[in-house]
Ligand binder design. Structure first.
Ligand SMILES: C[S@@+](CC[C@H](N)C(=O)[O-])C[C@H]1O[C@@H](n2cnc3c(N)ncnc32)[C@H](O)[C@@H]1O
Length: 215
């Protein structure tokens, strides 16, 4: 399933880039983009790694805020599109390769914005990111509101709720809140805080942002 996930993101790369750059996804424009930026503004440091950076919007925003940015993504097309659109540094690779792509102890912040989508690969990212962070570093993870998900397991995103988005179906591994906290415990992360970004007009939060530190 992890391989299908990589293939889906590579095959959806152009349409996903259009969606991000033309603001096609309402929850991102209304709530979650600003929420991850606000969470990052509360972090100190200069070097940030964007895990699963996609076409690079977050790196571009962080460059504007004065961070030195590195982005990594397994989709060659998304990395090419990111490189063409700004000066940040990007690497094409999977989370399995994090320890060969980057030096240990070199980041103040690692951020994963809707990009811990797999089962084993999310655990790999959490394990390998520990070594990349400086001792006081922070790992921020934004993901779908787990309180709206009632089971842990693979699902298929059909994109049907986003009528104008012509992406092909892609698998993702759904986790409940308990599923996430057990994963953090097993990878020896301490959850400092969980933020629940919500638009005032919405009954439920759109997402959760976990703020982790090395325990
Ligand atoms: C929903 S997109 C989010 C992209 C970006 N973070 C954003 O906010 O627009 C998920 C991204 O995670 C990447 N990704 C998922 N699993 C990965 C893995 N194991 N290794 C590297 N990249 C991965 C995908 O290629 C895709 O670009």
């Amino acid at each position: 399933m992890e391989e299908t996930l990589h293939e889906a993101w590579e095959s959806n790369a152009l349409e996903w880039t259009r969606a991000v750059r033309e603001n096609v996804i309402p929850s991102r424009n209304r709530v979650t983009n600003a929420a991850i930026l606000e969470a990052i503004k509360r972090c100190r440091g200069e070097c940030v790694l964007d895990l699963g950076c996609g076409e690079g919007w977050l790196c571009r925003e962080l460059l504007r805020l004065g961070w030195k940015t590195w982005g990594v993504d397994s989709s060659p097309t998304l990395i090419k599109l990111a490189e063409e659109n700004g000066p940040g540094r990007y690497h094409c690779g999977s989370y399995l390769e994090l320890d060969t792509l980057f030096q240990a102890n070199s980041f103040d912040l690692v951020v994963a914005n809707f990009s811990l989508l797999g089962e084993q690969s999310a655990e790999t990212a959490l394990t390998k990111a520990r070594a990349l962070l400086k001792p006081e570093g922070v790992f921020l993870i934004q993901t779908l509101n787990p309180k709206t998900l009632n089971h842990t397991g693979w699902q298929t995103e059909t994109w049907e709720s986003l009528g104008t988005l012509r992406c092909s179906p892609s698998p993702w591994y759904s986790r409940t809140l308990q599923g996430w906290t057990e994963l953090f415990d097993s990878c020896q992360w301490k959850m400092e805080e969980a933020l629940w970004p919500r638009h005032p007009a919405d009954p439920e939060p759109s997402s959760v942002i976990f703020r982790l530190s090395v325990s």
